[in-house]
Design a protein around this ligand. Sequence first.
Ligand SMILES: C[S@@+](CC[C@H](N)C(=O)[O-])C[C@H]1O[C@@H](n2cnc3c(N)ncnc32)[C@H](O)[C@@H]1O
Length: 393
Amino acid sequence: MVMVIQEKHAVLPQSTLDEAARQEFVNQLGKHVLNEFTPGNKAAYDKEVLPAFERANGRDPKNRHEIRKEMLSHPYYQMTSSFQRTIQEMMWNSVDETIQRQLPQLIAKAEEIAKGPTKGSLALKPDFDIPRYVSENDHHAMPGGYATDLCPGDITAGALYDKGAFIYTQGLFGPRMDGVGKAASLMIKRTWPDLAPKKILEIGCTAGGSTIGIAANFPDAEIHAIDVGPALLRYAHARAESFGVPIHFHQMSGEALEFADESFDLVCCLASLHETAYQATFNIFKEAHRVLKPGGKFLCSELPPYEGLDAWTQFVRDWDTYNNAEPYWGRVHELDFGDAAEQAGFSRANYNQGHGPGIAEANALTQAVEVQNKKFMGSTRGGGQAWYAWMTK
Ligand SMILES: C[S@@+](CC[C@H](N)C(=O)[O-])C[C@H]1O[C@@H](n2cnc3c(N)ncnc32)[C@H](O)[C@@H]1O
């Protein structure tokens, strides 16, 4: 078995042996529950829930919502769903303990790095109005969500995402947590082999992992990355500098970009739209179109649509919508991205969507893919293949 170790950098919280043991325990417990217990729900459905539904209604369930309504009262589903949610909370708590123990030192380190000399930059706005769909929700049950700013100079949200998501995805994002950006870069190079972008923007950079993956593949480009959470961005900046990667981080919403018209060659929005409200996606597409130069490219990676999947699989994938503080998850799986593109000004003829290289291919982590593909409730998180929408202005 290949073990993926997270690569150290200046602000990565360091676990004590006891903390690391607890984090690993939670990780293994999660795998055990996902692989050994939750698949039993299919048997409960096939043997008990579906026949009872057919008897009562004289037909099969029409969609995932009808399946969910029935499964909610089944004790096996209640048990496994509760296990999965509890493990998610245990995972974040195990990481938060490590972060809070060394928070003053991590903040001091991030501040020291920010003072320079730096290769990139950090632009925060104290009066920035964080969109409510981010500030009022703790996405994937991460304590405080993306927006919380606990104290002056806080970096907690970034540290939680960097260290917690590494455990949560069982190393799938790779040692630098840059797998989403690396996979997107592979997709870009395969789709547009001659593209040599001079200026790139990433919308929804979180702790900067995906941005570093892009930067590694386009080292000559000037790279800008935006997010709405200040503690994410402070951490992302210190992290990128510690890896020696020049990235310009800005606190900004993808719905209202503060960049000039026609100023970027490539805009990416990676694994972020399922965490924005429905209308925000349309606004982000419009802004991406505005800031792209004529002929510029826009690439989104997202969870694959539910279309074409049977109702049971849709129900399984939809677990996060109701149980993992991902309220926009189900809706984005049903969104017509082509429509959003057209409304933004891209022509249908220049719009494409479909599967492409996933994180595991980008990071050569087949073992991690196997684990993720077995995952029962919730999405497989693009392990084997990712889903993309790509378009040209
Ligand atoms: C799942 S994370 C993205 C992960 C990241 N791209 C990576 O692969 O490491 C989603 C991010 O989108 C950000 N976000 C949500 N709405 C946004 C908006 N309107 N503008 C910019 N960022 C936004 C959230 O704050 C969050 O950090």
